[in-house]
Design a protein around this ligand. Structure first.
Ligand SMILES: Nc1nc2c(ncn2[C@@H]2O[C@H](COP(=O)(O)OP(=O)(O)OP(=O)(O)O)[C@@H](O)[C@H]2O)c(=O)[nH]1
Ligand SMILES: [Mg+2]
Ligand SMILES: [Zn+2]
Length: 300
């Protein structure tokens, strides 16, 4: 498993064992194939992990999940943020920096489309209330946890147990602070917040860290300013919800599932109860992102 990427070198662990690190390079035949943290790879050469040795990655296994983003919503170039993560913990500070509209919606969409289970983690609850913000995601049945320094860590430890979880969020929201509490010997550098969205990015590379007791991994990622979704369609999001996906089979061709007036014959309108509320929530999500002006591109 790839646990770190830095200037043409990939840090791997053999058999997913944190005690067996190996430094690798990408074999020439792979060309520019993206290899990211979380990838499962086949390596050859000197895999002893001794100082100054370098093994070669010759194969990247099929990914079980892929978190993708583009720089903005029109950018055709998509980058893979992490591979194979089962969960995406979206970290949002309730203040300093304050939550920005669109970011959670955008990362949620990317999580659903990429096959990751999203969790919303709110930090800095010592500075501002969380109830109102958390309530806006109720109908998605999104798991919400408090992850600030004044909160106990047990619930998050429990959620992450045995899973590969990526943390994502703006710079300065407290991702590394949280990682340091989860993995006491991680010693992730922690920064100061210096102005909205302008915060110097303290972490500059993604890194996977083993949770204590061999029970899963957490991936600390650098703060991101925008989360472009050029590669994602409403159908990708709808596909993440079994009840919605089943109903959407009866939609007319080319239906964007947004409902009337755009899609007067969208079959999602026939759903009832909990499913109907979920439809409304998913549509809100999709519309929020659409009307989010030139979207996250200019958010910074
Ligand atoms: N008041 C308060 N401050 C916090 C809390 N959590 C983190 N901080 C502070 O927020 C600042 C930024 O934290 P980091 O952990 O470096 O943030 P980050 O998300 O890793 O930032 P990047 O690496 O730049 O993406 C630090 O000064 C932390 O001490 C919290 O719950 N309450
Ligand atoms: Mg950090
Ligand atoms: Zn439809």
């Amino acid at each position: 498993m790839v646990v770190a990427v830095d200037r043409g070198r990939w840090g791997c662990v053999l058999g997913g064992d944190p005690e067996r690190p190996v430094v690798t390079m990408r074999a020439r035949e792979l060309g520019k194939t993206p290899i990211v943290v979380g990838d499962r790879v086949g390596i050859v050469g000197d895999t002893s992990g001794k100082p100054d040795t370098l093994a070669r990655i010759i194969r990247v296994e099929e990914r079980k999940s892929v978190l993708r983003r583009t720089a903005d919503d029109t950018d055709p170039y998509e980058r893979i943020v992490v591979a194979n993560a089962e969960q995406l913990m979206i970290v949002v500070a309730l203040a300093d920096p304050p939550p920005r509209t669109g970011f959670v919606e955008r990362t949620l969409i990317a999580a659903y489309a990429g096959g990751l289970q999203p969790i919303l983690c709110l930090t800095k609850s010592d500075l501002a209330g969380y109830e109102e913000f958390a309530a806006s995601f109720a109908d998605l049945e999104l798991q919400v946890v408090l992850g600030g320094t004044t909160e106990p860590i047990d619930e998050i430890t429990e959620l992450l147990n045995g899973k590969l979880t990526a943390l994502i969020g703006h710079s300065g929201v407290g991702k590394s602070t949280l990682v340091n509490r989860l993995v006491p010997d991680a010693y992730r550098a922690v920064g100061v917040v210096s102005g909205v969205g302008k915060g110097r990015h303290t972490s500059t590379q993604s890194i996977a860290l083993p949770l204590p007791g061999g029970a899963g991994w957490v991936i600390d990622t650098p703060g991101i300013r925008s989360f472009g979704l050029a590669h994602i369609s409403p159908a990708d999001v709808v596909a993440a919800f079994a009840d919605l996906a089943a109903a959407a089979q009866d939609c007319p061709r080319g239906c964007t599932h947004l409902g009337p007036p755009a899609d007067p014959e969208c079959a999602l309108d026939a759903l009832e109860g909990k499913s109907a509320r979920r439809v409304a929530a998913v549509r809100l999500l999709l519309t929020a992102v659409r009307s989010n002006d030139t979207w996250a591109a200019r958010e910074s």
